[in-house]
Design a binder for this molecule. Sequence first.
Ligand code: NAP
Length: 271
Amino acid sequence: MTNNTENKKINIIHNNDTDSIETASVLEKKLKEKGFLVPKGYNYDAFLNICIGGDGAFLRTVHNFNFPNIPFIGVNTGHLGFFQELCPDNLDDFVKALSDGNYDINEIFLVEAQVCTRNSCIELIGLNEIVIKGINSKTIHLNICIDDTYLEKFSGDGILISTPIGSTAYNFSSGGSLVFPSLEVLQVTPLSPINSKVYRSLTTSVIVPNDMVIKLHPEYRDENSILIVVDGKQYKYDNIIEINFKVSTMKINKLTLGHDNFWSNVRNKFL
Ligand code: NAP
């Protein structure tokens, strides 16, 4: 990717941890020395968003700014930081690479849910995952179809629909597979599926390609409410009859320096 010499505006967004505040100030100075501009507030015409904090800070930033087109790169300050490619020790190399135009921009796929009652539908977008759960920790019963083919009636804690980038998050803790981020797929992962003489549910996750729709139809028993958790943020909905999941046409962009570090990240952060 060549350096965009016309637009030198870079947004720095950070959480309130002391390390993040300090790193933001050091980075701002280094960027200004190389001729970049760091606006006071969030600038919608910037060419880069730098997010300082952990993955949680990254998720919040992407949602707060409504999945902007401006590419992101993250600086990790003392968290797991799976999204966060940089650390405070390598800011000089980063600023040089940025100044030399030595970087790539990769697309990050998102999951989209269309949540419908009998009368209307709303849309939700997730970067890591969207989870469907029963309220008050009740067993949830969900009829699952892929396109128009009936797959199963799931009974258990819930169903998690993960993006490739979210495959290392809640999905991974729930026994789902790690998925390389360039694969445009969704993963359907069961949360504590019940298997007994009464209920029978798939115990492993399934991977669904980008041209198929995952359809869930809740089967209500006592209550007609469900919980939908989008990247850790929980919402309660009543009278939902259908939820359709697909790979969203909306995407975000991630700036990366040189080689893709997904596998070394897996080794370093999980093993
Ligand atoms: P949170 O405290 O912000 O995050 C929980 C942990 O998940 C943190 O260590 C976070 O990393 C890490 N994380 C987030 N996205 C990740 C990714 N793509 N790959 C690897 N690790 C990742 O929790 P929250 O506010 O409830 O929800 C935010 C996200 O956390 C959710 O989207 C969900 O994926 C994940 N989560 C995981 C579990 C679980 O594993 N049982 C339960 C709930 C939520 P940092 O330390 O760098 O922030």
